[in-house]
Ligand binder design. Structure first.
Ligand SMILES: [Zn+2]
Length: 266
């Protein structure tokens, strides 16, 4: 099927790539503790899990493992697909999940995974969330899948895990041990010194990992925030633009209300 809309997996790669590189580097260093051969085998096995996350089966396993989403019951899937179809939205190629935590309303990831917060589904089944409102939410998430916004998110998340774990451990420790000023200015100086020393020692591997850590800590968070804004606007615009079907008028209105900025020309 021809993908319409902007394909933006590169945004995720730019925003999450350094953290994934740093994670892979840290995993490689940890693997070396087990010896070069076993370490390399462990590292390759670990990296191939990220590759598996790009397959259909791997994506299903990963959303359980990483996000804790559970598959939606078949009857609920049927109801949602029929309602969505009434608004011209095709959910037949999408795996539907429910989340109890971690998702505000709905989210999409990988190539075909769409999750609804269980409270949102309850609001819809009880009638407090209307069909057009639900369709607007589903259309927005489907647009994320169509735009491939999160195509590599699961794989990159997996690769970045050693780095994010280390950061989660080191950040509170660093704030406790160092003053705010030392944390803010001292750390970059230490890192730059380490990069220069590793470079002079000809240790390209360490230079790459240190640079990836620096990018993941200082460069990527603002990039990721900007990327998210761009993706959200594009997804809402795509709903607001959906076909000429009269039944979609309400969906468009809901989408426009969700994000008034989406109406501004750009
Ligand atoms: Zn969104």
């Amino acid at each position: 099927m021809m993908m319409r809309g902007r394909a933006a997996p590169w945004r995720a790669a730019v925003a999450q790539g350094p953290a994934a590189t740093a994670g892979a580097g840290i995993a490689g260093a940890l693997g070396l503790l087990a010896g070069p051969r076993l370490g390399a085998a462990l590292w390759l096995g670990w990296v191939s899990v990220a590759g598996l996350a790009l397959t259909r089966v791997g994506e299903r396993a990963m959303v359980h493992l990483v996000h804790g989403w559970r598959p939606m019951a078949a009857t609920q899937v049927g109801q949602l697909r029929r309602t969505a179809a009434g608004y011209g939205l095709d959910l037949t190629q999408t795996d539907l999940y429910l989340a109890r935590t971690g998702v505000v309303g709905a989210a999409a990831t990988g190539r075909r995974s769409l999750v609804l917060r269980d409270s949102l589904l309850r609001a819809w089944t009880s009638g407090s969330l209307t069909d057009p409102a639900l369709a607007a939410i589903l259309g927005h998430e489907l647009a994320h899948l169509r735009h491939r916004d999160q195509r590599y998110a699961l794989a990159l998340y997996w690769l970045a895990l050693p780095f994010t774990a280390l950061r989660a451990f080191a950040t509170p420790l660093g704030h406790r041990l160092l003053s705010a000023r030392a944390w803010r200015y001292g750390l970059p100086v230490v890192l730059v010194t380490a990069v220069i020393q590793s470079f002079l020692a000809g240790d390209a591997w360490t230079v790459a990992v240190l640079l990836a850590v620096a990018a993941a800590v200082w460069v990527c968070p603002p990039l990721a925030r900007h990327g998210t804004v761009v993706q959200e606007l594009a997804a809402d615009r795509s709903v607001a633009r959906v076909g000429p079907d009269a039944g979609l008028r309400e969906v468009r209105q809901v989408a426009a209300q969700r994000l008034p900025v989406a109406q501004s020309p750009r």
